[in-house]
Design a protein around this ligand. Structure first.
Ligand SMILES: [Ca+2]
Ligand SMILES: [Ca+2]
Ligand SMILES: [Ca+2]
Length: 491
């Protein structure tokens, strides 16, 4: 059955003000991970899921085969030597062949990795823009056509005239969504019938298109109302169109949009920004121009830039030890004390990790913890000093490094010196602050016990060093221990 529905322009114009996306700027979140030849201007980029990323050079006619692990690359020139042919978009077919559009020469080139050779197919349209592999075929946007190509024979099977300027394609089940930049519309193209079954109008230079089960996302390539770039969102169920206004971006229009496997919507624009709408909204300023194309590689999005590949972590992962507090400065040998360690999840995703407290290099205790994004908590470790020789110990804590964590310097914190002394030899003087333990349990130590007697951590006279049994008070039990040790000397 054929039908054709027009969504009235009025629908778009009467929309209530839509979502403004505010951003948390993160500098240094992006990393240049691969440097490509100067002037290469890589555009299309795609990950094969098998540790190889393919990217094409717009201005040098090259295909780069990039090893995800080593981040080294091999270069293949479509014409054998550098040539300005405008390699633009990229796709991988079901046999692992790489297809790329030649924007300047109106061709599509197929690279066979096994044979390391190219086959070029001339297009009849006025341009060569998006290329996708969908439902067993290669599809190319070449104004005014959407062209279907057999991946085995490299033959053009059909040119579908969409009467206008198809520029970007997104496969979606039995359909392909087609943006027509000049006409300002997005068409739903039925690949079985070759018909447009839905046409959405009123977009502002629609370029990149992305789709999931519920929505179609359209990058609008001009600046929206108030000089703010926009992404239009068409809800497949309700037919409503809303817009993300990319607040803070006042310079150029949105270019491409791409969902990662977690459902975050990534976008690029014409003036060196990329951003993400999702669990957190971030915008990233480019260190190099022309960040337009992107692909997900594991837990990162990779972007092509001027002569670089840039990576941004999808969920920045970072845990930190923010505080280490020993409960005492002096502890009786063989007695217990507490160490409070505060840890924080500064990343975007829930983390499970271990926290270990140390006295010098000796493990006191390890605890496992789960922390949601932004949360912090304080863990209490108990140090049983039995078997530790008398002397000074540095107390520290280390949080285990989590996968893809780049900031690991904040996973360790050392804070506080604790002296392991003869029990109840907590001081060597009665002045404040007291001198260190002097090897005598005498009237000076009694002075401090009596001063703290009856206290707990809420009281001004609280002195944790006199809490011998480590139960957060100084009472007769602690005095009993004092009496048992009174008069002893060391060595
Ligand atoms: Ca960290
Ligand atoms: Ca003493
Ligand atoms: Ca006590």
């Amino acid at each position: 059955m054929r039908y054709k529905t027009k969504i009235a322009l009025l629908t778009l114009l009467t929309l209530s003000p839509t979502l403004f996306v505010g951003y948390v700027p993160i500098t240094n979140a992006q990393q240049v991970i691969i440097t490509l030849p100067t002037g290469s201007v890589p555009f299309g980029i795609v990950y094969d899921g098998l540790q190889t990323v393919w990217a094409v050079s717009y201005l040098q006619g090259a295909l780069f085969k990039i090893d995800v692990q080593t981040r080294t690359y091999q270069t293949y020139f479509v014409r054998g030597t550098p040539a300005v042919i405008g390699l633009y978009a990229i796709a991988i077919d079901g046999d692992g062949n790489i297809w790329t559009t030649e924007k300047f020469t109106r061709k599509v080139a197929k690279f066979n990795p096994a044979a390391s050779n190219f086959t070029e197919v001339s297009l009849i349209g006025g341009s060569a823009d998006s290329v996708i592999y969908h439902e067993g075929f290669i599809w190319v946007a070449n104004m005014p056509y959407v062209t279907k190509i057999d991946t085995a024979t490299n033959q053009i099977l059909q040119n579908y005239n969409l009467n206008g300027s198809p520029i970007w394609l997104k496969g979606d089940g039995g359909n392909i969504w087609v943006s027509k930049i000049t006409e300002g519309n997005v068409s739903r193209f039925d690949i079985a019938t070759g018909q447009v079954t839905l046409e959405l109008n009123g977009f502002d230079r629609p370029l990149g298109v992305e789709a999931d089960d519920n929505n179609v996302y359209i990058a609008e390539n001009t600046i929206g109302p108030g000089g703010i770039s926009t992404i239009a969102v068409y809800n497949k169920q309700t037919g409503q169109i809303t817009r993300y206004f990319l607040a803070g971006i006042t310079t150029a229009g949105t270019y491409l949009v791409s969902l990662d496997s977690y459902g975050n919507l990534w976008w690029s624009d014409n003036s060196d920004h990329v951003g993400v709408i999702g669990a957190k909204n971030h915008i990233y300023d480019a260190t190099a121009p022309f960040q337009l194309f992107m692909t997900q590689v594991g837990e990162q999005m990779w972007f092509t830039a001027d002569s670089y590949i840039i990576a941004i972590d999808i969920f920045p992962r970072d845990i930190a030890v923010t505080d280490v507090k020993p409960s005492k400065t002096v502890v009786g040998q063989g007695f217990n004390m507490s160490i409070n360690v505060t840890v924080k999840n500064q990343g975007d995703t829930t983390e499970n990790f271990n926290v270990t407290a140390y006295s010098n290099e000796t493990v006191i205790q390890t605890k496992s913890i789960t922390l949601t994004s932004g949360d912090s908590t304080t863990l209490t470790f108990t140090w049983n000093t039995t078997g530790f020789v008398k002397g000074s110990y540095t107390i520290s804590a280390i949080a285990s490094t989590i996968p893809n964590e780049t900031n690991t310097t904040n996973n360790i914190k050392a804070d506080g010196i604790v002296i392991v002394a003869m029990p109840c030899d907590i001081a060597g003087s009665t002045r404040t602050p007291p001198a260190p333990p002097d090897g005598l349990v005498n009237y000076r130590d009694v002075f401090w016990f009596l001063k703290a007697y009856g206290s707990d951590p809420t009281k001004p006279n609280w002195n944790p060093n006199t809490d011998m049994d480590n139960d957060n008070d100084v009472d007769y039990l602690d005095i009993t221990i004092l009496l048992q040790n009174f008069g002893r000397t060391y060595p």
